[in-house]
Ligand binder design. Structure first.
Ligand code: C6P
Length: 413
């Protein structure tokens, strides 16, 4: 099979140079980073944007009349504008800046669902979900007496569409569904599923943590109501994220947290809340991180999401093609449409042991349940080894993974 190349004016070799962390040795070997689904490495432009703010512009946002505060506010709000463009939100007021996907989903559970749900109502999710798209719904169901119901997946790791459809009844008040499964790489056919849900009047939240780094996302075209994502999976800093929500829904929702910045006026009797999106952004935010998040959006757009998608897709095909030739490999997650994640087992080697042997050879992968225990249980497994790709990976990285796996096989023979 031919070696995949980045089909863009920006060559893969150039991209790799943008990421300083990739140019190091780990355990005496050149690092091969195959854990971008957990946290992607950051390009110099992101690191520099954060450092520049810390060095020259550090001040609080929305509060000061002085120059540094103005500069900080401009950079911070500039990141919001970039994020608005990035997902094609109809307004910047729809971009709520959060600490990540987890906080975004909890915000919807507590602020949208908690006042709405009653005993007898249901929240619908799928077996593929990350714990962040399970536990917030469990909590709100316990608080309200509503019920959490779950659509099954088949042996390839695809949602059973007929059963999902059957579960969509008038009792369901919200569907929470991942764009891409972090454990199996399955890409859900979101447009069709969302259309079916919306026809029945069901509100849809998409967990986009593993979607936005790998493909163009247009929230208006998707037709969902909420889309949640994290900065650190798209080459930005940790502790940053977005909840995109339809303005009409966000307007009706009560604040999630109280504190500074989310108010217009406070007395001991009464508080007037700030307008969108600030109503949901209490307290001093992660200013440096969000500025870096904006720089990550610039970086992604300079490479081009279409190019990234194509590159990662051909690299994923190459990885699967090579993995199936390794004696004793069992792929977990073989959906027809998969993004840049591949879970697998090697003979009966425990994933943690395998991950450790790979690390000894400089190959970084994630092992375990990937914060998606139910889907692991669906496959009767405590966990897997997962290799996940970023735009900076190459076929050489896959070749290194394969030879490290061959070595592990010999060690455990
Ligand atoms: N998945 C992984 O290794 P936070 O932690 O809030 O940035 O993202 C949570 C989250 C939510 N949904 C999906 C689909 C995810 O993949 C993640 C994070 C990482 O797969 C860490 S568990």
């Amino acid at each position: 099979m031919s070696q995949p190349r980045l089909n863009s004016p920006t060559d893969i070799a150039t991209c790799r140079d943008d990421f300083p962390a990739l140019h190091q040795e780990v355990n005496g070997h050149a690092l091969v980073y195959l854990d971008s689904a957990a946290s992607a490495q950051q390009p110099t432009t992101v690191i520099d944007a954060v450092a520049r703010y810390q060095r020259e512009d550090h001040a609080n946002v929305h509060r000061g009349v002085h120059t540094l505060s103005h500069r900080a506010t401009e950079l911070y709000e500039g990141a919001r504008d970039k994020l608005r463009d990035f997902v094609n939100a109809s307004s910047r007021t729809e971009i709520v800046l959060t600490s990540g996907t987890t906080e975004s989903i909890n915000l919807v559970a507590q602020s949208y669902c908690r006042p709405l749900l009653q005993p007898g109502d249901q929240v619908l999710i799928t077996w593929l979900e990350h714990h962040s798209n399970i536990v917030p719904w469990q909590l709100v169901c316990e608080q309200t007496g509503a019920e959490l119901i779950v659509a099954p997946v088949n042996d390839r790791g695809e949602v059973e569409r007929d059963q999902l459809r059957d579960l969509m009844t008038e009792r369901v008040k919200l569907l929470g569904i991942g764009h891409v499964s972090n454990a199996l790489g399955t890409i859900n056919p979101l447009s069709e599923i969302i259309a079916e849900a919306k026809n029945l009047g069901i509100t849809v939240l998409v967990d986009g943590a593993q979607g936005v780094p790998h493909m163009t996302v247009d929230v208006q075209a998707l037709g969902c109501d909420f889309y949640a994502f994290s900065g650190h999976k798209m080459y930005g800093p940790t502790g940053t994220g977005v909840l995109w929500g339809r303005e009409a829904l966000l307007e009706e929702m009560p604040p999630y947290k109280g504190g500074g910045d989310m108010i217009l006026e406070v007395s001991f009797d009464h508080t007037v809340f700030n307008e969108l999106p600030y109503k949901f952004e209490a307290g001093t935010p992660n200013i440096a991180g969000t500025i870096g998040f904006g720089a990550a959006v610039d970086y992604l757009q300079s490479v081009g999401l279409e190019n990234i998608h194509e590159h990662e897709k051909s690299l994923h095909d190459y990885m699967v093609h090579k993995l199936v030739d390794v004696d004793g490999i069992r792929l977990i997650g073989t959906a027809a449409d998969q993004a840049s994640v591949q879970s697998f087992l090697l003979n009966d080697i425990h994933p943690h042991d395998l991950g450790t042997i790979l690390d000894h050879q400089g190959v970084a992968v994630r092992t375990g349940h990937h914060c998606a225990m139910p889907v692991m249980q669906r496959f009767g497994l405590p966990g897997t080894t997962r290799a996940s790709l970023g735009l900076y990976n190459s076929s050489d990285d896959i070749d290194r993974l394969i030879s490290a796996l061959e070595k592990a096989r010999q060690v455990f023979a």
